[in-house]
Design a protein around this ligand. Structure first.
Ligand SMILES: [Zn+2]
Length: 85
């Protein structure tokens, strides 16, 4: 008889995910039954560090939700040190 052992692996490498927002996918022609995006390639917060404005794209003026959401997992060990200057 063998005893079954459950091994719980703890991740030694803490990982965190960074959410990026890609192309704007808002359909600007929805009201006329068509499909047209504004061509914005990447979400840029209009008010970096702010609260409300940071959810609006500075380039196209659309809400961040319209931009394609991309989650990138990065490991802590490879992240550069940043001492806020
Ligand atoms: Zn847009």
């Amino acid at each position: 008889m063998r005893k079954r052992q459950v091994v719980v692996r703890r991740s030694e490498n803490p990982q965190r995910s960074v959410v990026k927002y890609g192309e704007c996918q808002k359909n600007h022609a929805a009201n006329v039954g068509g499909y047209a995006v504004d061509g914005c390639r990447e979400f840029m917060p209009s008010n970096v560090g702010g609260t409300n404005g940071s959810l609006t794209c500075a380039a196209c003026g659309c809400h961040r939700n319209f931009h394609k959401r991309e989650v990138e997992v990065v490991s802590e060990s490879s992240s550069p040190h940043s001492n806020g200057t």
